[in-house]
Write a protein that binds this ligand. Structure first.
Ligand code: SF4
Ligand code: SF4
Length: 380
C-alpha cells in the first residue's frame, strides 16, 4: 500500500515510524498546507513534501493509494483536512484517519492493518466537560453553569459518572480534552478520583481543571505531585477579589511545574444568559452558535452548559425555559454518528439564547449575592 502522510507534528513521530517500518506500507510523501515547504525534502524521513493539489493528482493516477491523516494535531485540524480533501475531490475511501488510541495500538503492533482506519472509524470528540460539584464558593452573576444559584453542597455521584463515561466510551474512541469543573471542582474532596476515572476510560485525553483558583493554597504537596504525575492542566478564571493574588498563583504553579492558563476575558464581563422572549428560529440560532462545549451529566449530553443546567435556573427563578437535553440518555444512543446527529440538533432553548447574537449584551462581573436574587441580571 502506497501512502502519503498529512498533519505531521512531533507527537506523531512514533506512529510515523511504526508506519514506515510496516512491511505492507510504503510511505512516499508528506503533504503540507505550508506552500513554503512544497518541493523540499523532510529532514527526518527524507520524504518529498508536496501540496494537497499534487496529492489529488497522485491519487487520481494511482501513485498513492491512501492519504493517512495523523491524529495528533487534534479533532479540529483532522476534521479540517478531511473536509478539505473531500471538497477538493479526494474520494473519502482514499482517506485513512486513525483515532489517537488506534494509532497507539498500531504503534504497539496490536493493530497491523492500516486500511482499517476509515474516516467513519475516527469517532473522536474535541472536548467534554463534566461537573464534579454543581455549587461554587463564588456568586458570579449570570454564571453560565448556574452554579451561583445552587446554594447547597451538590457533589457528583462517582458511580453515576463511572457508568456514564463507560457508556460514552462505547460510542466515542477518543476525546482531545476533558475538562473537570463545576462550580468549583476543588470543593469536591474526591477530585483526584475523577482524574483517575477519566483516564481509565479516555487514557489519552488531556485532563484539565477549570477552577476559580481560590482553593489552590489548600492543595498539599501530595496533591501537587498527583497533578504533575497526571499532567493535569489548570485553566483559571480569576475574578476581581483575586486579582491581587494572580501573580502569586502563577508563581505557585510555576514552582510546582504545572501547566496552566489564566482566562482574562471572562473575569471582567459576563453575557446575560437568555432573552425574555424567543427570537429567530431554533434552527438558525443553533447554526450560528455551533457550540461544541459538550456536557455529560447523569446520563444526559448537551452541546452547552446552558442547556444542561437550565433546571437550576428554572428552579431558582420559577421560570419555565425549555429543559430538554439534546441527548436525553446516552444509553439510548446506538453509535457515534447518532450521538453527533442528536447533539448538534436545534433545541427549543436555542430560541431564547443570546449566544449567537452579534450584539450580545454584557454586564460587568459581579459577585454580590443579592444580584442573583434579581432575574433581570440574567435575562434581558
Ligand atoms: S466562579 Fe465560575 S462556576 Fe463559580 S459562580 Fe463564578 S462563574 Fe460560576
Ligand atoms: S442553547 Fe442552543 S444556541 Fe444556546 S449555547 Fe446552547 S446550543 Fe447554542
Amino acid at each position: 500500500m502506497k501512502v502519503a502522510l498529512r498533519l505531521f507534528n512531533p507527537k506523531s513521530r512514533a506512529f510515523v515510524e511504526s508506519i514506515i517500518s510496516n512491511a505492507s506500507v510504503e510511505v512516499r510523501y508528506i503533504v503540507d498546507r505550508d506552500d513554503q515547504k512544497w518541493g523540499e525534502v523532510d529532514c527526518d524521513y527524507k520524504l518529498p513534501i508536496i501540496s494537497p493539489y499534487k496529492l489529488l493528482q497522485l491519487v487520481d493516477s494511482g501513485e498513492i493509494d491512501f492519504l493517512v491523516i495523523l491524529p495528533f494535531c487534534g479533532y479540529y485540524a483532522t476534521k479540517d483536512v478531511i473536509e478539505e480533501c473531500i471538497e477538493m475531490g479526494v474520494p473519502k475511501e482514499k482517506l485513512l484517519v486513525p483515532s489517537v488510541p488506534d494509532a497507539i495500538l498500531f504503534q504497539q503492533g496490536k493493530i497491523t492493518d492500516l486500511s482499517t482506519f476509515t474516516v467513519d472509524e475516527f469517532k473522536s470528540l474535541p472536548r467534554l466537560q463534566y461537573h464534579i460539584a454543581d455549587h461554587c464558593n463564588m456568586n458570579c452573576v449570570s454564571c453560565s453553569h448556574f452554579s451561583s444559584l445552587v446554594h447547597e453542597e451538590k457533589l457528583m455521584d462517582m458511580s453515576v459518572m463511572e457508568r456514564d463515561l463507560k457508556q460514552l466510551k462505547q460510542l466515542v474512541k477518543h476525546i482531545d480534552v476533558i475538562e473537570i469543573l463545576g462550580g468549583e471542582p476543588f470543593l469536591n474532596p474526591d477530585w483526584k478520583e475523577y482524574v483517575i476515572l477519566t483516564k481509565r476510560f479516555f487514557e489519552y485525553s488531556q485532563v484539565e481543571f477549570i477552577t476559580n483558583g481560590t482553593m489552590l493554597w489548600k492543595l498539599t504537596s501530595e496533591d501537587w505531585a498527583f497533578i504533575k504525575e497526571n499532567d493535569v492542566i489548570f485553566r483559571m478564571s480569576l475574578y476581581k477579589p483575586f486579582w491581587n493574588k494572580a501573580d502569586g498563583i502563577v508563581a505557585l504553579l510555576k514552582e510546582k511545574n504545572i501547566r496552566y492558563s489564566v482566562n482574562y476575558r471572562v473575569m471582567t464581563r459576563f453575557a446575560y444568559m437568555f432573552l425574555k422572549e424567543p427570537k429567530g428560529t431554533a434552527e438558525d440560532n443553533r447554526i450560528n452558535c455551533a457550540s461544541d462545549c459538550f456536557q455529560l451529566y447523569y446520563g444526559k449530553m448537551t452541546p452547552c452548559s446552558r442547556m444542561m443546567y437550565i433546571h437550576f435556573f428554572n428552579d431558582y427563578f420559577k421560570t419555565d425555559y425549555p429543559e430538554e437535553a439534546a441527548v436525553e440518555s446516552v444509553y439510548d444512543i446506538d453509535d457515534y454518528e447518532q450521538l453527533l446527529k442528536k447533539i448538534k440538533r436545534p433545541m427549543a432553548l436555542c430560541q431564547f439564547c443570546n449566544i449567537h447574537l452579534k450584539n450580545q449584551v454584557f454586564q460587568g462581573w459581579d459577585n454580590n449575592h443579592s444580584c442573583n436574587e434579581d432575574i433581570k441580571k440574567w435575562i434581558y
